[in-house]
Design a protein around this ligand. Sequence first.
Ligand code: FCB
Length: 454
Amino acid sequence: MNTMTSENSLARRFPEDFIWGVATSSFQIEGAAQEDGKGESIWDRFCRQPGAIADHSNGDVACDHYHRLDSDLDLIASLGVNAYRFSVSWPRVQPTGSGAWNEAGLAFYERLVDGLLARGIKPHLTLNHWDLPQALQDQGGWNARETVDHFVEYALGMYRRLGSRLAAITTHNEPWVVAVLGHEQGIFAPGIKSRKVTLQVAHHLLLSHGKAVQALRKEGCKVPLGIVLNLSPIEPASDSAEDRASAIKADAAGRRWYADPLFKGSYPAEVWADMGDDVPTVLPGDMDIIATPIDYLGVNYYTRQVVGASGHVDTKTSGLPLTEMGWEIYAKGLTDLLLLLHRDYALPAVLITENGGAFKDPVINGQVNDADRVDYLRTHISAMADAMDQGVPMAGYMVWSLMDNFEWASGYAKRFGIVHVDYETLKRTPKQSAHWYRDFLDCVRAIQKTPRRA
Ligand code: FCB
């Protein structure tokens, strides 16, 4: 099959109203960390801890998106996407996380949203992609129940300003990462290492999600509301009873600890029983609030996990190709994951809110021929279509990421963009994958315009 035919047949598998986008987050691209009244975030602070970031970098400049908004909007439009997923830096709009608002910060996001709409692109806003105001961390951060109320106030403030111009509002991005990497492993901000704190943080994130959804709806918000989880199917290392039991347990502690409360209103009992004194304080009514129905679930998928009786198995030696993160490329895992979610829960619309890979991406003669990323995207989009064919209510797909950016503890060394960023000059160069995505979306549109035979 030649490439055009295969892209055409892939494009044919999607309905007309499917959402196609690219995703970013505030801290990873904006820069302007100390400008126009922005407050400090926990990631600004964390980057200053010696050894926290692999290349000793920080988000002070990042992709300088804050100062390049208009040309970046043109860049997004040039890809032919119909949606853009971005996040708001809470300390940019509310420097201390409560009380006074920062007009310059609000105006920036207003320009972003209006700029997207003017280009025919749907704004998908995420409230928390990890850059909590440091002032709130100083009062206990997500471990403190008061932060839940501050988050609701922030959500309402953003809605009041941007309102029905938004196409979607996501409360949190990947609560598991905030809780576990930030508070158990301590490798992400705020760099705490305590399982007890981790579980309380996870509970407060979920609770603040539910409370924000309720408060927004009470305010009259008709914008679709959802949350984004990072999920992987967990496979047993072998068919042995021990390995299978361990995989089921790991799935309950990871995926189900977050998804069960949202869709069933309870934590998995077997994991709760294992946590001893570390279980979170849950007040009466909390679980019902968390289970408030949502309009969509966002799923971030990168790779599968394999678990055996002695714990996680390193998939680096599985023989399958790896990305630069050392993550195994396993597209079928996306189908498996979506079917698993569909089996376990009465799902609302599902969006793949992040999917993509880091690759070496050398610039040669002004071009980046990232054939490995093109292949990654094509196979994963196809894997998503396989799940859709089997009844999963898929509504959209977003590539991570629009452009190379600050990859958290890995700094700028890992490049996930379909657009290359030269960090010396900040020049953006669309990679081959950006051209491929644009051509694929052209195919999608062309097919939609062709009258179908009866
Ligand atoms: C996800 C994050 C995103 C990006 C990708 C690679 O966990 O949501 O910001 O770092 O991983």
